[in-house]
Design a protein around this ligand. Structure first.
Ligand SMILES: Cc1ncc(COP(=O)(O)O)c(C=O)c1O
Length: 470
């Protein structure tokens, strides 16, 4: 889509301050001549930037660059319980997850990108082609380790990220969550201690709960990432069986560890011989700059179990994930087999088509700028609507925003009235094994922005305001 390309180019010029906040963009005729596109493409590009919250249309004056909103303070780092604890009560998440099945719900609760953020056309074409050309294969099982062509593509993709992995070392799974469960089954026994960021993605806590492991939560700075000092102390103090981390654009904070921190972290784990389960599901989605390197790319000793999926980049409904399960590939294949027998065949083959067409990089570029804009818009709107002392994360990739609310707000108490009003969010306590973060909430920004979303956010702001005054 030409207009999106032009919108992306103009967005880059806005972020480089070639067009400064408050100033007018050249008129659409001028833009069309400058960029050698039709006037209607220029109009569409400006409208797209309006939707992304970067431009405002002023009647009879044209398009103006919107001033950035005042930045809110970032959330505070929490001290968390100093000893490992079993994870309990994660079933609470079901109510939230099930709310996403309701197509009328304004989904700010689950981290699922709306169709606008996904390459719908390419997916449709891939499925049609696969059905046309490989019908017989589609209706059969594709047993572990998964479709060979897909494993080759994943290995190639990983090679581009400086991970030296052959197709034989790649296992196709149903999801990143399944990859993580298989990795932890390979390296832990019930009762073992596993290190997690705090706050961390609730799905990781659920896997820890289901395997009867204990969680040791490490304080995590919303901008710097996991505290390496606290991690080192934990490694010295406890017999830790594994670390499960999201080093590139964590969920819910959106933090990306620097390359230097990633290498220091790996050095620490090597020193204590502790395996890392690396969840890289958001790694493809930086807002700017190059795609970050996974920790796996520095792993010379085979300590890193790499896990990812297509859920955030292509479509969650594909249910295709992958992992590099380390030394014991046959055990991982067997665990995948007894879990679900195998992975959906048409989805695996469709994904091969999408990767083969080499448009994948372009799709990712478009997704990245759309997510950057959607997060910026959410920050703007929450800043306008929520109490003034609300603190907000500053994600540098992915598409979720974490808000720390002032006063005595307990967001777990707001979920029922919010769902009843048709809007979901994720209560903060879901992201901790020790019930911390009860005054926080996570918002999914990858929504199709319309009046319903604005109304939903107004409803949340009202609920927060009322609860904070109690
Ligand atoms: C950090 C993280 N890991 C894993 C998952 C689960 O992804 P999948 O659908 O591939 O299981 C999610 C989904 O929200 C996530 O945010």
């Amino acid at each position: 889509m030409l207009y999106r390309e032009l919108a992306n180019r103009l967005q880059a010029l806005i972020s480089d301050e070639v067009y400064r906040p408050g100033t007018a963009l050249p008129g659409v005729r001028r833009l069309s001549a400058q960029h050698k596109v039709s006037v209607s493409t220029a109009v569409n590009a400006c409208q797209e930037l309006e939707r992304r919250g970067l431009l405002e249309a002023r009647p009879r004056s044209g398009y103006f660059v919107r001033p950035p909103q005042a930045k809110r303070k970032p959330p505070r780092v929490r001290t968390v319980s100093k000893s490992p604890r079993p994870v309990t009560g994660q079933e609470r998440v079901l109510q939230l997850i099930q709310s996403a099945n309701d197509r009328n719900m304004v989904n700010l609760g689950t981290a699922i990108p709306a169709p606008d953020f996904l390459p719908m056309h390419a997916i449709e074409k891939a499925f049609r082609q696969v059905w046309r050309e490989q019908r017989r294969r589609c209706i059969g099982y594709e047993f572990p380790p998964g479709a060979p062509e897909l494993r080759t593509h994943i290995a190639r993709h990983l090679a581009g990220l400086q991970c030296n992995v052959s197709p034989d070392q790649v296992l196709i799974t149903n999801s990143c969550q399944e990859s993580i469960a298989i990795a932890l089954k390979q390296i832990t026994q019930p009762g073992d201690i596993v290190v997690l960021e705090s706050p961390t993605y609730y799905g990781l806590l659920q896997v820890v709960e289901s395997l009867g492991l204990k969680a040791l939560e490490i304080p995590t700075d919303p901008q710097e990432g996991i505290s390496l000092g606290a991690l080192e102390l934990a490694l010295e103090s406890w017999p830790i069986a594994a670390c499960v981390l999201v080093p590139s654009f964590s969920n819910p904070l959106g933090t990306c560890l620097s390359d230097e921190c990633k290498q220091t972290l790996l050095g620490l784990l090597e020193k204590f011989n502790v395996p890392l389960v690396e969840d890289d599901i958001y790694g493809e989605l930086p807002f700017a700059g190059p795609r970050p390197r996974p920790i796996k790319s520095w792993d010379k000793k085979g300590l890193v179990y790499y896990c990812s999926s297509s859920s955030k980049t292509l479509a969650a409904g594909l249910r295709v994930g992958w992992m590099v399960p380390g030394k014991n590939m046959p055990r991982a294949e067997y665990l995948q087999f007894i879990n679900t027998v195998c992975v959906n065949t048409p989805s695996q083959l469709a994904m091969v088509q999408i990767l083969e067409k080499s448009r994948y990089e372009r799709m990712m570029r478009s997704a990245r700028s759309a997510h950057a804009a959607s997060v910026a818009r959410m920050v703007d709107t929450v800043t306008q609507l929520f109490p003034t002392d609300t603190r907000l994360s500053r994600p540098t990739g992915g598409f979720v925003l974490w808000a720390e609310l002032p006063g005595k707000v307990n967001t777990a108490e707001l979920i029922e009235p919010a769902l009843a009003a048709g809007v979901s969010f994720a209560p903060g306590s879901l992201f901790s094994a020790s019930g911390k973060f009860s005054n926080c909430m996570r918002l999914n920004c990858a929504v199709q922005w319309d009046a319903r979303v604005e109304r939903g956010l107004k409803t949340l702001a009202k609920l927060v305001g009322k609860s904070g005054k109690k």
